[in-house]
Design a protein around this ligand. Structure first.
Ligand code: ZN
Length: 429
């Protein structure tokens, strides 16, 4: 990646180390301006002055969504309220909303991280960006739009509204890029195919946010729309919003901005770092956030750091797609298992559907058993169940290092659920 970028900075390892060290020291001092953080530091027996190097990160306490809720309405706020220019709030939580406040500089950095993502996706100011993500308290709409404007693109802020308006705007405005959730992108792709209007569109790139796309979904979206490429963008409200990470054209993980955030990958139980390539909980420390700096914030999202350097040449670390939530973790015979890992192994077997159930039990000798029930795909003969079950068991043993039992059931017999945690039935207690 020798070409020069307008928004993506290029650093050596030494420069990144230096930026992270200075950013961490600045951030802990900034955090101490909040009585809430001051109290958390005190409990952990640490002060900002104790933090002098990246190794000292370990001295700091971890923080959680509970800390954000506890400080409602302006949790962990380290800025003078007169310097706050905006708030956002995240979805999907019970009880009090998590409100994140932003200074003018925070908003600028948010826009910049989005502009970097557009650059990474190979877009130019000549592109026309049509936005289908949510506006309002959500960060997505504001981030996609302001980043697009900063990048200099012709911006079409439709929002998550109806598909017909999207198709009309896409055709009339000549949109070349579409920013949406993966399911919205798939809906659009199916509608374009059904209506046979692919040739009337100039769409070349899609940027998918907020949900993990399966490989099947990616291929369907790209082929139905005849795209040049499509990308997965990462982010969360706590980290400004979307745009904290995106894959490059090599598609070997999402590059994240190591000059803006330190991401630790920790074992969710022991809180010890896991090696590169192994699944851990992403724990984030911000390096430049003014209003709500993050100190070892537990995201509960599971991913691994991709080992080595990317072939694209950009010296920014990568993390894998989010593989699930640490809250869904199952400990079976001393091994941490995440439903996402099981789903990934299952996705390689086309003879079965995508639904599954994990049943844990304990026998009279106090030995744990894991029964994984999966559905035979429609149209497949039950004659092969035995072989298929053994093949999946073998695959699980190789991939997850555990011995479990697989049962195959008829299609559409497992309960349908939107919550991953409901897939696990634990009868060990
Ligand atoms: Zn790359």
């Amino acid at each position: 990646m020798s070409k020069s970028f307008r928004f993506i900075p290029q650093y050596t390892d030494e420069e990144l180390h230096d930026i992270q060290t200075k950013g961490l020291i600045w951030t802990v001092h900034q955090a101490e301006k909040s009585p809430q953080y001051k109290e958390l530091f005190k409990k952990a027996g640490v002060t900002a002055d104790d933090i002098r190097s990246l190794d000292d990160l370990q001295l700091l306490p971890t923080t959680d969504a509970d800390d954000l809720r506890a400080g409602y309405p302006l949790p962990l706020c380290c800025a003078n309220p007169k310097d706050i220019v905006r708030i956002h709030s995240s979805s999907g939580t019970t009880g009090k909303r998590k409100i994140l406040s932003y200074t003018e500089k925070d908003v600028q950095m948010f826009n910049t991280q989005m502009a970097r993502c557009y650059e990474m996706a190979g877009l130019t100011p000549e592109d026309r960006m049509q936005i289908a993500v949510g506006y309002g308290l959500w960060t997505a709409g504001a981030g996609f739009q302001q980043g697009s404007e900063l990048f200099g693109m012709f911006t079409i802020p439709v929002g998550p509204g109806n598909l017909q308006i999207h198709l009309q705007m896409m055709e009339d405005m000549g949109s070349t890029c579409f920013g949406a959730t993966a399911s919205m992108a798939l809906l659009l792709a199916e509608e374009v195919e059904r209506a046979g209007i692919r040739d009337k569109l100039k769409l070349r790139t899609i940027i998918c946010g907020s949900e993990t796309r399966s490989e099947k979904m990616r291929l369907a979206i790209e082929s139905k729309l005849g795209l040049k490429d499509s990308f997965d963008i990462g982010g969360m409200t706590e980290m400004y919003g979307p745009g904290t990470a995106i894959d490059c054209h090599c598609h070997t993980g999402l590059h994240y901005w190591a000059d803006l955030f330190i991401i630790e990958f920790l074992d969710p139980v022991t809180h010890k770092p896991v090696p590169d390539g192994e699944l851990g909980e992403m724990v984030v420390t911000s390096l430049r956030k003014e209003a709500v700096p993050l100190i070892r914030y537990r995201t509960h999202d599971l991913a691994c750091r991709v080992p080595g350097k990317c072939e694209c040449g950009l010296n920014m670390p990568r993390h894998s797609a989010i593989m699930g939530r640490s809250d869904d973790m199952v400990i079976f015979r001393g091994v941490n298992i995440y439903p996402g890992q099981i789903a990934e192994v299952l996705s390689k077997h086309h003879e079965i559907g995508s639904e599954y159930q994990i049943m844990l039990s304990r026998d009279e000798k106090a030995i744990d058993h894991l029964l994984l029930t999966v559905e035979r795909a429609a149209g497949q003969s039950s004659d092969n169940d035995e072989n298929l079950a053994r093949a999946i068991e073998k695959d699980m043993r190789l991939q997850l290092m555990v011995r479990l039992e697989v049962a195959i059931t008829d299609p559409s017999t497992l309960p349908r659920t939107f919550s991953k945690s409901k897939r696990v039935v634990d009868n060990r207690h």
